[in-house]
Design a protein around this ligand. Structure first.
Ligand code: ZN
Length: 183
């Protein structure tokens, strides 16, 4: 187990479409080491989600762990540590809502992104078992953000408006920029 370096925007791996994980790789010692390293790296970062490309591993794996903590998003429903291999998103309701997103690969910044708020996630878990999860609200945003990393997409590509992108320190000093009507 180890804490890996999180690569930042500008590193070419973050812009690649990651390879689907071969099913016979799941369950190998190499796979478990990778997942444990992702867990350690996420815990050390203080983040709530991490995708393998963010540690320069171009495979379709993401991990999520959300403690029930009030935050700038309100109280987020908790998600115990979970592993998502080769995940697919199905949008169940096209209605979008926006959140101020941040990213471990774009440190110190926040940007306002609108995304559908009711999705289903189909995936394989860390044992290769198929799973399905319906996510609402901020959880839906979180999964879309993490799984975008598996396709070379960063949240900055989806900013509602380039002016709704700023440093966290300035947010704390001056407050959040006003956001017009959220569709
Ligand atoms: Zn991210």
């Amino acid at each position: 187990m180890a804490i890996r370096e999180i690569i930042r925007m500008g590193h070419p791996t973050l812009r690649k479409v990651a390879e689907p994980v071969p099913e016979d790789f799941i369950g190998t010692p190499e796979f478990h080491t990778l997942v444990e390293d992702m867990r350690d790296t996420l815990a050390a970062s203080g983040g709530i989600g991490l995708a393998a490309p963010q540690i320069d591993v171009s495979l379709q794996i993401a991990v999520v762990e959300v403690d029930e903590l009030p935050s700038r998003y309100g109280t987020i429903p908790p998600i115990p540590f979970s592993v998502y291999v080769n995940p697919k998103i199905t949008v169940l309701d096209e209605v979008t809502e926006g959140y101020w997103e941040g990213c471990l690969s774009v440190p110190g910044m926040r940007g306002f992104v609108e995304r559908p708020q009711h999705i289903r996630v189909d995936y394989l878990d860390a044992n290769g078992e198929p799973g399905s999860y319906e996510a609402l609200g901020f959880q839906a945003t979180l999964f879309q953000h993490e799984f975008d990393h598996l396709f070379g997409v960063l949240y900055v590509d989806k900013l509602k408006d380039p002016t709704l992108f700023a440093y966290e320190e300035e947010f704390d000093e001056f407050g959040l920029p006003e956001v017009e009507s959220q569709s």
